[in-house]
Unconditional design. Structure first.
Length: 458
């Protein structure tokens, strides 16, 4: 695939879109088969205005994208603005479809039934966490308080019943998409033959009505979109910052202890993707007792959401263990909610009732976050390199991350594009695994809340 990228960071969305189109008209020398559009929260609430302008120029061309924290394209890396990437590939069948039903699962199931692909890759775009408008956010807080109160007054069975009801509410409201669950739906539909990539979109400093997913020049907000690229010689590499898992769950735990600072082991009570308690205490309270963090009240949370100052990156993580797969899952924990139940973005029903509380890893170097780049074979060196790296690398290494663009440019020349967002997820057929990943959530499905990266040669 041959690509060209066009960027603008003008203040007003219409001016930014028009500047991009001017650059397109002066420099584009091929008929496009694909359009990618990604933008930061700078244009939150105005994405459709920009998409309308792009549609006039590229109507009928498959388009996908989302709001992200940053973008990397030839010889540049930006965390403010918008980029349009135009691609040509006459050897590929390229298609973009989307769904936006009442519920994350229904949306995924409807979309999966529309996807047909025998070779290549399917790339999904969905919100890891979608923050709705003020009215729906208030409803979420109200439900959270209600179910937390009911849980606190009941026995263990009641607590789990309330947690399940809260989980169902979050799913139907599309506040949480659960990557391993979503990937399983698509992998099954495609007979487990193809890699399915999950671009898990979420902003580190979130605002109301974010993130947004773009499909065929429409802002579908909390919907889910799929880019199908059917062709030969597509290479997909997943990697993460973690060492390989052990041969037993005990070995995996020892590996964790060698590479992370484990500060506490908790007995855990949970239901689906709702954490109920740690050592019998509300989750945030239990962590607070160990780390000294503080709780935020609802007014403070809503004010930060409205101003886009709600930060999600935290130094403390919980680690859950899957004894069958000998793997683990990570979860950042902080005072995100003004209630006791703690909802999050993966189902841990198959995980053990013991969890570690850990501090930041002690073994990392910046290149760990782009490790997949070094593993690309790139059979055809004219291929486009498309990738997603974890935004956590910025909070971990600051200005050193700027070196990423030089490392990518050295390998991919002028034909690459990457997004900087939350850690991506993937279904990988067995023959495509490069190591015994510790982050296996379901069989051949890999996800971690921080530290993953995916590189594709298309």
């Amino acid at each position: 695939m041959k690509t060209k990228a066009f960027f603008s960071n003008k203040k007003h969305p219409k001016q930014a879109a028009e500047e991009i189109i001017e650059k397109v008209n002066s420099a584009l020398d091929f008929d496009p088969d694909l359009v990618l559009f990604y933008a930061t929260l700078k244009y939150n609430g105005h994405y459709q205005e920009m998409l309308n302008i792009f549609k006039k120029r590229f109507d009928g061309v498959p388009q996908i994208g989302a709001s992200v924290d940053g973008m990397m394209f030839p010889h540049d890396m930006r965390t403010d603005g918008a980029v349009l990437v135009v691609g040509e590939d006459k050897d590929a069948r390229i298609e973009v479809k989307s769904a936006n039903e009442k519920g994350a699962i229904k949306s995924a199931e409807k979309l999966a039934k529309q996807i047909k692909c025998e070779k290549g890759v399917v790339i999904l775009h969905f919100p890891l966490i979608h923050v709705p408008d003020l009215k729906k956010s208030t409803e979420f807080y109200t439900k959270g308080k209600y179910y937390s109160y009911k849980a606190s007054k009941g026995d263990e069975e009641t607590k789990k019943k309330m947690a399940k009801k809260f989980s169902d509410f979050c799913e139907k409201s599309k506040i949480f998409y659960l990557p391993p669950t979503i990937l399983e739906i698509f992998a099954a539909q495609l007979n487990y033959k193809l890699p399915i990539v999950g671009m898990n979109l979420m902003h580190t400093q979130v605002k109301l009505n974010s993130p947004s997913i773009f499909s065929n020049f429409k802002d579908i907000e909390a919907g889910i979109a799929a880019l199908t690229i059917e062709k030969d010689d597509v290479e997909v590499i997943y990697d993460d910052i973690f060492p390989e898992k052990g041969n037993t769950i005990e070995e995996t735990k020892e590996i964790i202890k060698e590479n992370f600072k484990v500060v506490k082991e908790f007995d855990v009570l949970f239901e689906k993707n709702i954490l109920i308690s740690l050592d019998g205490k509300p989750p945030v309270q239990a962590v607070k007792d160990v780390t000294g963090t503080y709780e935020k009240d609802e007014n403070e949370l809503m004010e930060n959401l409205d101003k886009g100052k709600f930060k999600v990156q935290v130094p403390y993580i919980l680690m859950f263990f899957n004894e069958k797969l000998k793997s683990m899952q990570t979860l950042g924990i902080d005072s995100y909610f003004p209630f006791d139940l703690f909802p999050f973005f993966f189902d841990i029903d198959q995980f053990s009732k013991k969890a570690f509380l850990s501090h930041e890893p002690i073994f990392l170097k910046p290149e760990n976050y782009i490790s997949g780049l070094q593993k690309l074979k790139m059979v055809n060196h004219e291929n486009h390199v498309f990738f997603c790296i974890d935004v956590g690398s910025i909070s971990a290494f600051g200005d050193k991350v700027i070196s990423f663009k030089d490392k990518v440019a050295k390998i991919a020349s002028d034909n690459y594009f990457g997004i900087i967002s939350e850690s991506p997820s993937i279904y990988l057929p067995k023959n495509m695994k490069n190591k015994n990943y510790m982050t296996e959530s379901k069989e051949n499905i890999f996800f971690t809340s921080g530290g993953g990266n995916i590189f594709m040669s298309i």
